[in-house]
Design a protein around this ligand. Sequence first.
Ligand SMILES: [Mg+2]
Length: 179
Amino acid sequence: MKRILIDMDDVLADASGRFIEYCINRVGKTVTRELLQGSNWAEAVDIHADTVKTWVHEPGFFRGMQVMPDAQEVVKRLMDHYEVFIVSAAIEFPNSLKEKVDWLAEYFPFIDWRYIVLCGHKWMIEADYLIDDHEKNLNTFRGTPILFDAPHNQTLEGYQRVKTWREVERLLLPAPIEA
Ligand SMILES: [Mg+2]
């Protein structure tokens, strides 16, 4: 069976949406997904970068993320055809570790805990495919990298890009047999 690694933030979990929520709820600023495209988006809406940093270290930030549309159904289907691992470089945010495990248990209860890899980096992990939104993870990967579309990676080129989980399904799974 071929092996697929799947990232969490901005792939399974709507991290960008969580930042938008915090901007509204914490500092009363309306931030759109288009605005999040810039690397200095916080500055653009007059929020101090340090303020944003404190949010990701706050309890509940990761646990409260929404699941991406269709991710649950497609991941479940992938598991019939591939060895699926969830791989998240989470050590930088120690509070996220338990939150990510709990989040996966809620939204992806069919993924056994032995298939969850929370790590500091991903470059030593061998697999056939990696679905990720960050170039720093894709460009060191030795298998086939798949870029998951996110506000911050709009100008990144040179990777197979998927915009939705339905696109992942079309790319990696056989079409369902018509009844
Ligand atoms: Mg990510």
